[in-house]
Design a protein around this ligand. Structure first.
Ligand code: NAP
Length: 507
C-alpha cells in the first residue's frame, strides 16, 4: 500500500501520510460515477447551482483557519499570502454564482421560423450546455485559488459539470481537506452523489485523463506536465479539450519617459512583484527592459536597495528548489550578467536567496531567458533612442506570455501605440503602469494567452472561464416542453438574442 504524503518545505521533512494512491479501478469508478450523474447535475436549475456555489464559499470561509494551517505546513507560504488566496477562492465561488444568476453566459438565442432570402428557415433555439465530467489538475503554487477549490472547479461546477480533482503531490492534505469541504456541501444539496471525486497519485491522474467518461481537462501547472497530459489526450479514441495554463515569462518594458518620471518607484515595485509568493506566480515579471542612462540607473539602484531589504524565501518543493538553485547558479557564473542579490538565505529546507541579473540587450544571450519559478528576474538595458526596436526584439524572440507590462509616460503616445500593438500579439493581458502579479476575478478578466502561456483561446480566470466547460446545442422546431426554460417563449429573466436583436433581461 503506497501512501501519499507532503513535505514541509521549511525543513525538508516528510509530513504524515494523507491518503493511499488511488488504484486504476478506483479512478475508473470515479470517472464512471461522474459520467452517470452528469445529465442530472446539468439539469439542476441555475438558481440551485448558484446556491451550491454560495454554500461552498460559506464553508470555505468557515474552515478558513484549518485550510490555512494545513496549506502553510505543506507549502511554506505564510498567513498573509494564504489568507488573501482563501478570500479570493471564496469570492470566486460567489462570483460564479452571480454569473449563473445573470445568465448571459448561456448565449440564449432564438431565430423564429421565417421566410428569408435564402428560403424558409425553421425555428432554431441555441444555448450553451455542460460539456460533461471534467478532470481538474491544480498547481503547486496556488493551493486554494488554482487547486481543488480553484477557478477550474468553480467554473466547471457552475457550468453543470461533475469534477474529479487530481490532488497535487505538493499539497495532498490541503487537497483532501478542500475535497471534503466540496463533498460536504454537495452531499447536503440537491446535487446527485458522484458530482465530486478526488484522485491521488501521478499515474491515477494520467489514467483519469485517458478515461472515456472525462470530457475536458482543466490544468494549471508546468509546460512539461501539460505536454505529457496532451500526449495522453492524443492517444484517446475521443479527443477532448485540454485547457492548460502553463508557462509565462511576462516581459516588462520601461520606456525612457517612465524611467525619467518615476524610475525609483518602478525599481522598488519590480522587486516586490518578482518576489511576491516567493516568485512562484505564473504572472511573475521574469524579464525587464530598462533604458540605459541615468534614469535607468536610478531604477536599478532602487531595485538594488529593495533587494537588500528582501527577506529569504522558501520554495514549494524539492523540484522547484533544485531547478531554481541550478538555474541561478548558471546565471551567476556568466561574465555577461551582473548579479544583484538579497542577503543570503537561512540555508534550511527549500530556502533561497532572491536575485536580479542585469545585462544589456546587445549582449543578451536569449537562451538564458525562460520562466524560472522562484524570486529571480533578468533586466536588459537598451538604447533609449530605440525603444520600439528593443521591444520588437523581445516580443519576436521570447515565447508568448499571459501578460505584457508597459511602463509609459504621457508624452509618448506614438511609442505607446506601437508598443501596445507589439504586446497585443504576444500576451493575453496588457498591464499599463503597474505590475502583472495580482489577477482580479471579474467579468472582463483574461488569464490566458498564446502558446506556451496557455494552449487555448480561453481564460482560466473571470466570468468567461465557464466557456471552457460548456458546448453549444441548437434545438430545431422543438416542442416547447423539451426546451430548457431559458429558450421558451416569454422567458425574460436573462439577456437573449431574438431574431438577431439582443434583448436585455426583464426580471
Ligand atoms: P506540475 O509539476 O506540472 O504539476 C501540476 C499537476 O500535474 C500535478 O498534479 C502533477 O502531478 C501533474 N502532472 C505533472 N506531470 C504529469 C505527468 N507527466 N503525468 C501525469 N500528471 C502529471 O506543475 P506545478 O509545479 O504544480 O506548477 C508550476 C507551474 O505552473 C509553473 O510553470 C507555472 O507557470 C504554472 N502555473 C501557471 C498558471 C497559469 O494560470 N497559467 C498558474 C499557476 C501556475 P503530481 O503532483 O502527482 O506530480
Amino acid at each position: 500500500m503506497t501512501m501519499i504524503a507532503g513535505t514541509d518545505p521549511r525543513t525538508g521533512d516528510a509530513l504524515p501520510p494523507v491518503a493511499e494512491i488511488t488504484s486504476a479501478d478506483q479512478v475508473d469508478a470515479l470517472a464512471r460515477a461522474a459520467d452517470d450523474v452528469a445529465a442530472a447535475f446539468a439539469s439542476l436549475s441555475r438558481g440551485t447551482r448558484a446556491e451550491i456555489l454560495d454554500a461552498i464559499a460559506d464553508e470555505v470561509e468557515r474552515r478558513r483557519s484549518d485550510l490555512i494551517e494545513t496549506a502553510s505546513r505543506e507549502t511554506g507560504f505564510g498567513e498573509v499570502k494564504l489568507g488573501g488566496e482563501l478570500t479570493r477562492t471564496a469570492f470566486q465561488f460567489r462570483f460564479f454564482a452571480d454569473v449563473l444568476r445573470e445568465g448571459s453566459y448561456l448565449e440564449a438565442t432564438i431565430d423564429p421560423a421565417a421566410e428569408t432570402p435564402m428560403g424558409p428557415r425553421p425555428d432554431l433555439r441555441r444555448i450553451l450546455t455542460s460539456i460533461g465530467a471534467v478532470a481538474v489538475f491544480g498547481a503547486s503554487n496556488f493551493p486554494f485559488a488554482f487547486s481543488v477549490l480553484g477557478g477550474d472547479t468553480a467554473s466547471a461546477l457552475a457550468a453543470g459539470s461533475p469534477v474529479i480533482v487530481k490532488a497535487h503531490g505538493s499539497h495532498p492534505a490541503t487537497s483532501q481537506l478542500s475535497y471534503e469541504i466540496l463533498k460536504s456541501v454537495l452531499d447536503a444539496s440537491a446535487a446527485p452523489e458522484g458530482v465530486i471525486g478526488i484522485v491521488f497519485g501521478t499515474q491515477g491522474g494520467a489514467r483519469l485523463v485517458a478515461h472515456p467518461a472525462i470530457k475536458a481537462v482543466g490544468f494549471t501547472g508546468s509546460l512539461s506536465g501539460g505536454k505529457a497530459l496532451l500526449e495522453i489526450i492524443g492517444g484517446r479514441e475521443e479527443p477532448i479539450p485540454f485547457y492548460g495554463e502553463l508557462s509565462s515569462l511576462n516581459p516588462v518594458i520601461i520606456t525612457p519617459g517612465a524611467a525619467t518620471e518615476r524610475g525609483a518607484d518602478i525599481g522598488t515595485g519590480l522587486v516586490t512583484s518578482f518576489t511576491v509568493g516567493s516568485g512562484q506566480l505564473c504572472t511573475k515579471p521574469g524579464f525587464v527592459l530598462v533604458p540605459t542612462g541615468e534614469a535607468g540607473d536610478r531604477l536599478i539602484e532602487a531595485a538594488r536597495d529593495a533587494l537588500a531589504a528582501a527577506q529569504g524565501h522558501v520554495l514549494l518543493n524539492e523540484r522547484i528548489f533544485t531547478t531554481y538553485t541550478e538555474e541561478t547558479a548558471t546565471l551567476d557564473g556568466r561574465a555577461d550578467l551582473r548579479a544583484l542579490k538579497a542577503p543570503a538565505d537561512s540555508g534550511t529546507g527549500f530556502a533561497v536567496t532572491p536575485m536580479l541579473f542585469e545585462t544589456t540587450l546587445d549582449e543578451l544571450d536569449h537562451t538564458i531567458v525562460h520562466e524560472v519559478f522562484g524570486p529571480v528576474a533578468v533586466i536588459a538595458r537598451y538604447n533609449p533612442e530605440k525603444t520600439e526596436e528593443a521591444a520588437a526584439q523581445v516580443f519576436d524572440t521570447f515565447p508568448s506570455s499571459l501578460t505584457a507590462t508597459l511602463h509609459v509616460s504621457d508624452g509618448e503616445s506614438t511609442l505607446v501605440s506601437a508598443l501596445t500593438t507589439l504586446a497585443s500579439a504576444r500576451a493575453g493581458r496588457i498591464v499599463f503602469d503597474g505590475f502583472p502579479t495580482g489577477v482580479a476575478v471579474s467579468w472582463a478578466q483574461t488569464h490566458g494567452g498564446p502558446w506556451p502561456s496557455t494552449n487555448s483561446l480561453h481564460t482560466s480566470v473571470g466570468a468567461t472561464a465557464i466557456r471552457r466547460f460548456i458546448r453549444p446545442i441548437t434545438y430545431q422546431n422543438a416542442p416547447e416542453a423539451v426546451l430548457p426554460e431559458e429558450l421558451r417563449d416569454g422567458y425574460t429573466a436573462i439577456p437573449r438574442r431574438i431574431d438577431g436583436e439582443l434583448r436585455a433581461a426583464v426580471r
